[in-house]
Design a protein around this ligand. Structure first.
Ligand code: SF4
Length: 350
């Protein structure tokens, strides 16, 4: 009989940072900050019995090792077992069939988008989520028309940002809109007189949020927020961040003038919707380069314990460096301290 060894549940993955580490439970979404010494115990001494590890340290850390394992077992991060090979590691590969998973379409008073044609193209690419950002007031009928275009499509959800105005004063009408079009993930009324969030669907469902927000979004400068409120702990988000960029991977954007980009806030364009198909743009040389920029390649972030649950921004970075830390992030992984989020003007508290 082998001596029992500690085994992390395969869905619980430790991530090491410069000063501390993070345990991520990719099934339940919970996290736990842990000392780097515990990370080392979980990785360098994996599949070795506590007695073996204690002996390797000449008994200097017996108490700490017992405390660590007791904590992990009591809080459901892992278990003691005789046969660690019977519990293989979970695959952390990221493979999906869609060419594009998400899109951003920006609109201002001078935009001339053919939304139906864009949706047709996005559907062909497998796109699941579209974010529409309106920078100037639009009648509610136009928003309803946009929602109606989603009917009968494979699209899973849409987010709409539109300036608050008289058309949006009747909450009942807006609730009815969200009820009728269940693909609405959120309808955000920017420049609203108050900050209020209403779940129009069942509480805790991710769809159906009516959000009144005082911040004004009137250009693609109002983007790039990276903050702990936006951390996502899930198998999909974690594995994507492990291998790809957590904001721009499989994203395509159309700016207010119809220019096709990775993100409306980035300069580089890959054609215009007037004469270029979205598929041709995404297959153009260079378009997919930024998809591969993981946080492991980004300065500062590469030493951060949150790097696989954090989103990213490549448009607004420190020193305008393509591999610089997102400008808005107020976290310093070398001191493990947060300061105020520094940018952008728009912040989505939830
Ligand atoms: S340092 Fe980088 S990975 Fe860490 S929280 Fe900030 S943006 Fe996210």
């Amino acid at each position: 009989m082998n001596a029992p060894v500690f085994k992390l549940f395969s869905n619980c993955v430790p991530v090491k940072g410069a000063r501390r580490s993070l345990l991520c439970d990719l099934y339940t979404g919970r996290t736990k900050l842990i000392p780097n010494s515990l990370f080392d115990l979980l990785t360098d001494y994996k599949d070795r019995s506590p007695e073996d590890i204690k002996a390797a340290h000449n008994g200097r850390y017996d108490e700490e090792i017992d405390e660590y394992y007791t904590f992990l077992v009591e809080h459901g991060w892992g278990f003691m077992c005789d046969d660690p090979d019977a519990f293989p590691e979970i695959s952390l590969e990221y493979r999906i069939p869609e060419l594009i998973t998400n899109a951003v379409i920006d609109t201002d008073a001078g935009s001339q988008h053919d939304y139906a044609a864009l949706m047709d193209q996005l559907e062909e690419l497998g796109c699941k989520h579209i974010q529409y950002r309106f920078y100037n007031p639009r009648p509610l009928t136009e928003i309803e028309h946009l929602c109606a275009l989603t009917e009968g499509r494979r699209l899973q959800g849409i987010e709409i940002y539109v300036p608050y105005g008289p058309d949006y004063a009747d909450e009942g009408v807006l609730r009815d809109l969200c009820d009728r079009y269940q693909r609405i993930i959120c309808l955000v009324l920017t420049g609203a007189p108050e900050h209020r969030m209403i779940h129009t669907a069942e509480p805790l469902m991710t769809m159906g949020v009516l959000h009144y927000h005082p911040s004004i979004i009137d250009s693609d400068r109002c983007c790039g927020l990276v903050d702990r409120s936006l951390f996502t702990v899930s198998m999909t988000a974690f594995t994507e961040a492990l291998h790809f960029n957590s904001c721009l991977n499989r994203k395509i954007s159309v700016d207010t003038r119809g220019n096709i980009k990775n993100c409306p806030s980035l300069e580089k364009t890959y054609g215009n919707t007037a004469d270029t198909a979205l598929k041709d743009a995404m297959e153009a040389e260079g378009f997919q380069d930024v998809w591969a920029v993981t946080k492991d390649a980004v300065s500062v972030c590469k030493d951060c314990e949150f790097r696989y649950i954090c989103t990213d921004c490549r448009a607004f970075t420190e020193n305008a460096d393509p591999l610089g830390k997102p400008l808005s992030c107020g976290y310093d992984p070398y001191t493990a301290a947060w300061s105020e989020t520094r940018f952008p003007p728009f912040t989505m508290e939830v």
